[in-house]
Design a protein. Structure first.
Length: 309
């Protein structure tokens, strides 16, 4: 696409008004179906282990449920942008109780701070900078971090975020209320169908292990070693993800992070379409893309160049 400015770009520089109108159109049915898909997948993985308990079915359940727990975080992020459901109050309610709270997140607090991440991406004011793993990494350092994630050490270290609020008991309760209620409900249901250990095995264990690894992978893939520039095609990265990667590593189109930063008003289920439109404008050489998550890790460890998809 010729005639583009070399400096900061906006969506209007790249797509037509008709394309932008179509991309930003929300759907209550699609948003609700994503939430339903996440919980049906979780329930199916739990049922697999409950009906045929073994080390193998537990491992499958941990990987599948951990990926959907990340999926719930993605849907919380969607709600934070008011994109999960068209009605704001319902968007906040569903985003809180069916996405954020079960994985210990606070939608309202996240929503208040997340706009700064978009406004100051990769800059000193970006609140997500402290969350990123220091890069680049050696292979041995990466292996150690992966091990820490998978044995639960990372989750244990993050429990420090649950310290009482300095603003007093009322503020602490407001922060903890939804996660405690949601997990009490999960504990009650899983105890009823399989005993108290079922909650620990199929909810806490995935959250403390596979979910932690995926959260780290997501963070480094999206912004790892990105330049501090205003160009939204260069300060974050999208990653090609096949069916297996989408199922176990990158749920609900979270791999299209460049498109999300450029088009923050677009629901996640339309990001693939946005990606295709940008490629049709011959913007691929200017976009930060990786051919796979393995390629991203190769680049971040200095093992090999990432290669563009």
């Amino acid at each position: 696409m010729s005639g583009l400015p070399e400096g900061p770009l906006t969506a209007g520089d790249l797509l037509t008004l008709d394309e932008l109108r179509d991309l930003r159109r929300p759907s209550a049915l699609r948003g609700a179906s994503l939430v339903l898909h996440a919980w049906v997948t979780i329930a199916a993985a739990i049922a697999l282990y409950r009906c045929w308990p073994s080390a193998v079915t537990l491992a499958v359940a941990v990987v599948v449920i951990g990926a959907r727990q990340l999926g719930l975080l993605v849907l919380m992020h969607e709600a934070a942008h008011w994109l999960l459901l068209p009605r704001p109050r319902l968007d906040t309610w569903v985003g809180t109780w069916l996405a954020a709270a079960p994985v210990g997140a606070d939608l309202r607090a996240y929503r208040r701070s997340h706009h700064l991440h978009h406004r100051h991406t990769q800059q000193a004011e970006d609140p997500d900078l402290p969350l990123a793993t220091p890069l680049p990494l050696s292979r041995s350092r990466l292996a150690l971090l992966v091990l820490q994630d998978l044995i639960g050490w990372t989750a244990l270290a993050r429990l420090g975020a649950w310290r009482p609020s300095p603003d007093g008991p009322a503020a602490t309760w407001r922060r903890w209320r939804a996660p405690l209620i949601a997990n009490a409900a999960l504990y009650s249901v899983l105890t009823f169908v399989g005993g108290p250990w079922l909650y620990l095995l199929v909810w806490v264990l995935p959250l403390a292990t596979w979910f932690q690894l995926l959260s780290r992978l997501r963070s480094v893939a999206e912004h790892g070693l990105m330049p501090t520039v205003d160009d939204p095609l260069r300060n974050t990265r999208s990653v090609r993800a096949g069916g297996l990667a989408r199922a176990l590593l990158a749920p609900y189109w979270v791999n299209y992070h460049l498109e999300h930063h450029l088009l923050v008003f677009v629901p996640c289920w339309k990001l693939r379409r946005a990606h295709q439109l940008l490629l049709a404008r011959h913007l691929g050489p200017r976009m930060e893309r990786a051919r796979s998550y393995a390629a991203v890790l190769g680049q971040l460890t200095g093992a090999r160049a990432s290669g563009r998809s």
